[in-house]
Design a protein around this ligand. Structure first.
Ligand code: K1U
Ligand code: ZN
Length: 172
């Protein structure tokens, strides 16, 4: 398994709209394994293939990491087939927008259809962090970052903070 570099905004590759996976084959399973390794290495709870520069509709997630025990989830070609009118607010972060955390409002409950690691069709009803994280990751597959949900002012403050952190990293 390989840890892949995670793209950081404003990298234009994060704006790509990912394509459906035609077949969950060995190549896709290697991508899934590399994404899980990359997500755990970065202390994330989710990762979309777009974040490592691969424009395919693949997401990995683990919102239940506890005491060194992993509970990985895999979503290939996910689709939200129902979303509640009720909204919920979560403070979100993103491995592609480091050190920025902001409240984002999204549907509180969703039903999603997707393929698992074995290529079999699955349905999931989710609320709480699972629903929020899945919507955040599905946004990545459509070239959308969580800061795109913020007001113009908050987004420009976030982008300026990111640029400053990048400058500091480069100049030491
Ligand atoms: O970059 C990503 O898409 C992953 C992102 C997922 C996410 C987090 C919070 C709300 C919605 C979606 C992250 O994993 S950010 C890192 C993170 O959550 C975390 C890092 C260190 C400690 C605890 C949490
Ligand atoms: Zn993200």
């Amino acid at each position: 398994m390989t840890i892949r570099p995670i793209l950081v905004a404003p990298d234009p590759r994060l704006k790509a709209v990912a394509k459906d996976v035609a077949k969950v084959d060995g190549e896709i399973r290697t991508l899934i394994d590399d994404m899980l390794e990359t997500m755990y290495d970065a202390d994330g709870i989710g990762l979309a293939a777009v974040q490592i520069g691969i424009a395919q509709r693949v997401i990995v997630m683990d919102i239940d990491q506890k005491d060194g025990k992993n509970n990985p989830r895999v979503f290939v070609n996910p689709k939200i087939v129902w979303a509640s009118e009720a909204l919920a607010t979560f403070e979100e972060g993103c491995l592609s927008v480091p050190e920025i955390w902001e409240d984002v409002e999204r549907p509180a409950r969703i039903r999603a259809e997707y393929l698992g690691r074995d290529g079999k069709q699955q349905t999931l009803e989710a609320d709480g962090l699972l629903a929020d994280c899945l919507q955040h990751e599905m946004d990545h597959l459509n070239g959308i970052l969580f800061i795109d949900h913020l007001s113009r002012l908050k987004r420009s403050i976030a982008l300026r903070k990111l640029a400053k952190a990048k400058r500091l990293k480069e100049t030491g």
